[in-house]
Design a protein around this ligand. Sequence first.
Ligand SMILES: CC(=O)SCCNC(=O)CCNC(=O)[C@H](O)C(C)(C)COP(=O)(O)OP(=O)(O)OC[C@H]1O[C@@H](n2cnc3c(N)ncnc32)[C@H](O)[C@@H]1OP(=O)(O)O
Ligand SMILES: CC(C)C(=O)C(=O)O
Length: 512
Amino acid sequence: MSDKVKIFDTTLRDGEQSAGVAFTPEDKLEIARQLERLGVDVIEAGFPCTSKGDLHAVQLISREVRGASICALARAVARDIDIAWEGVREAEAPRLHVFINASDIQMAHQLRKGRREVLEQTEAMVRHAAGYTSDVEFSPMDATRSDPEFLHAIIERAIAAGATTINVPDSVGYALPEESAAMFAGIRERVPNIDQAVLSAHCHDDLGLAVANSLAAISAGVRQVEVAINGIGERAGNTSLEEVVMAIATRGQDMGVHTGVRTPELYRTAKLVERLSGMDIQPNKAIVGRNAFRHGSGIHQDGILKLRQTWEIMDPADIGVPGGTQLVMGKLSGRHAFREHLRGLGHALEGDKLDRAFTAFKALADRKVAVDDRDLEAIAAEHGQTAGHSAWTVDRVQISSGCSATPTATLRLRDEDGQLREDAATGSGPLDAVYRAVNRITGVEPTLADFSIRSVTEGRDAQGEVTVHVEASGRSFAGRAADTDIIVAGARAYTAALNRLVVAGRQEGASA
Ligand SMILES: CC(=O)SCCNC(=O)CCNC(=O)[C@H](O)C(C)(C)COP(=O)(O)OP(=O)(O)OC[C@H]1O[C@@H](n2cnc3c(N)ncnc32)[C@H](O)[C@@H]1OP(=O)(O)O
Ligand SMILES: CC(C)C(=O)C(=O)O
């Protein structure tokens, strides 16, 4: 048995059956061209009897796309098969795909036919299709809920009539992985002419088991899987192409199989289908979701920094993920990742500065869900400032102000010996009151030469970054701080400038 698993892509047929999705013929052609670049073996381009537009789309793809077989779906009805052939006959390698209900419930209540009639219709319609091409696929629909004996009989009949691929669908996503494997093992054991056909699996995701069932089928000897990009398809969708392909790329050695897919095209294909289908990829979607290679917690980020493979089983470059592995800074990030991230932004903070910056970052991340690079730049700028040894730090800020109140600030600062010192002051506005309170505590009274504020990021939880310049004895000292509360940012920026002034004064005193 070959160890190549053929990838049959049904994004343009079963994928389009997703409620709310309708591709134009041009959309379909664009996706088919990308599937050609991706290197799939078969493209199911459509179900031509459903509309003139779909017939046109299948014809366009058949004329334009090379490399893959182009397949069209048809019910086990002569007219459907004739129209399907109209769709694919100009393809380099055309395939007709004929299907019929095979479970008792569907035969009795949908087709309203008995088993014998269905067997006869299968034989006649597969033969009809084989009159057009030697590449005929047959699917006994709802196979996983059908009687195994009847399933074996219908498969044998279809192969005898000319089917070269037998696709066994779990049409309602009912099977469990061990049942899927057992069903295929049973088919291989009990259908006498099964070696004349390629065995294929087509799984739906109603129980979230489509990929697991497809892999179980492969382990039982299936050598074609029917899949759709991003797992789109009827109801909960089909088996996701990218998940099966990467499972095989990652674990294929253990499974003893491979595919011919060019995996670096996967991400681009997923984004194209997302755009043209209008079905957003969920962020935590395996392989192509936005978070698939983003690490948010400190322990994982630390491991990744030491060796990427500690927390990644695939290389994002093998999937074509732009940006590759990403460490996302947030509430759960650790010091190692924080330091590396700042380094990437051009701030090499170590020791005390790193400690202070990390504490500020954690405090911000507790208040703000999305801490982005601009926030980190502001934190690095503030805590990368040289504080010298006179590091007054702001411990508490309390403000009372309003249109008929006298702005009053109560400040508590920690001095360089760790003592807390508190005082209050009034001013012309809340920031003026803050600065006066800082002056009272520190005993330093510089001139406020400049004050500016800007928003670091957008949104209601944005940080305000305050820059102040103070002057004393003809010299100017700057301080900068950012906080979601601009009064707190103002207090910290002013205190930072004042610290520098004090340190400079001491250094001058020492050298005099
Ligand atoms: C599991 C799957 O994904 S199957 C593919 C599903 N895809 C689609 O349905 C594609 C979109 N469908 C359509 O455009 C339309 O349903 C069409 C063109 C296929 C058929 O349209 P209509 O002729 O109006 O029939 P309608 O859809 O209402 O009913 C389906 C008929 O096909 C019969 N039928 C269903 N499956 C098959 C089959 N595989 N082989 C033969 N007949 C079938 C049904 O019994 C029913 O026949 P009835 O009219 O004698 O009762
Ligand atoms: C047409 C068949 C293969 C199908 O889509 C299904 O059974 O789900």
